[in-house]
Ligand binder design. Structure first.
Ligand code: SER
Length: 318
């Protein structure tokens, strides 16, 4: 088979997606690519690993040719809070990186999966039951790069016939690798702090609703979309997908069912609060459900149970 390349393979989603793809398609068929961060032993030793800076096309071309890559899961990106601190870097990585990936995919050719995000929406978007096709005027650099990325992927499909596909991911919750500087990170941190300190200081305000998803569903969504019959896809590059919507008090209440004396207070970060307020409270993901059968397995209750179980073992070093 043609091999798969995962960029951003050392990141929160990439580290788990690489292992899931290796399990599904064979370890040697999935090349993990990181930029600077050292990979875990598990990632490096379970299959091919390369260092690739996606903004440099030569190395990308070399790796794609060397392994006979036919599909690229392009996960290398800068998240929202870091993008606000370093907007020039975010533009370079999120836009130029994607552009080089699409160029390589056009030449070779390769199919390309690119995640978009709830960050592709903005203050003028309807924030409740956010439709698939709606106003997208984000006021963050992250959002600007995500909207441009969606459009660029659509263009490469229409103009060059590249098989581009993508999802608008919500906040992704997982215990394997920490997220790298996003607005939804609180919903990951809270589990670590609940287990380690029985207390969490939340950087988003009570009542801030955001869409979220547990990692196993995020991985299934990517694979399912890439395996979908293209004839059924009308939207291709920016499917709304969500599994749950909650605000900080609700996740804290769920955690309290496991740790009854768990406490939470607030120290609101104005930057991330400002970002969160421009993002949907809850997206409508009907198109993903209809066009390729999206159907998440985890809700807040089942995710919390699994997170606490798995993270407790991890933090004990088991
Ligand atoms: N989790 C991302 C972030 O907070 C959203 O796509 O930046």
């Amino acid at each position: 088979m043609k091999r798969i390349l995962v960029t951003g393979a050392v990141g929160q989603i990439g580290s788990e997606l690489t292992m899931a793809l290796r399990e599904r398609y064979g370890a040697d068929n999935v090349v993990a690519a990181g930029n600077r961060t050292k990979p875990s032993d598990k990632l490096r030793d379970s299959g091919p690993f390369e260092f690739v800076d996606c903004t440099k096309i030569e190395k990308l071309q070399e790796v794609v040719k060397k392994y006979g890559v036919g599909t690229i899961y392009h996960l290398g990106a800068i998240l929202s809070a870091v993008a606000e601190a370093k907007p020039q870097l975010a533009w370079d990585v999120n836009i130029n990186g994607l552009y080089q990936v699409l160029e390589v995919a056009r030449e070779q050719p390769c199919a390309v999966f690119t995640p978009s995000s709830i960050g592709a929406f903005g203050p003028t978007t309807p924030l409740d039951n956010t439709p698939q096709d709606t106003i997208q005027r984000p006021n963050t650099m992250y959002g600007v790069t995500k909207v441009a990325g969606e459009l660029l992927c659509d263009y490469y499909h229409k103009r060059f016939g590249v098989d581009t596909r993508g999802l608008r991911y919500p906040g992704i919750i997982s215990y394997e690798t920490l997220p790298g500087g996003g607005t939804t990170d609180y919903a990951v941190e809270i589990y670590y702090k609940a287990i380690e300190e029985n207390h969490y200081t939340c950087f988003l305000r009570a009542g801030t609703y955001l869409d979220m998803m547990y990692m196993p569903d995020a991985l299934d969504a990517a694979v399912q979309l890439m395996e979908a019959d293209p004839a059924t896809l009308k939207h291709r590059n920016a499917f709304n997908v969500t599994a749950m919507s909650f605000e900080p008090e609700q996740i804290a209440a769920e955690i309290r069912k496991h740790f009854p004396s768990f406490t939470m207070d607030y120290n609101v970060d104005p930057v991330r609060q400002g970002i969160a307020e421009t993002w949907p409270n809850k997206m409508d993901d009907t198109c993903a459900r209809k066009e390729w059968g999206w159907n998440p397995k985890y809700n807040l209750k089942t995710m919390t149970q699994d997170m606490i179980e798995k993270l407790t073992l991890k933090l004990k070093g088991a």
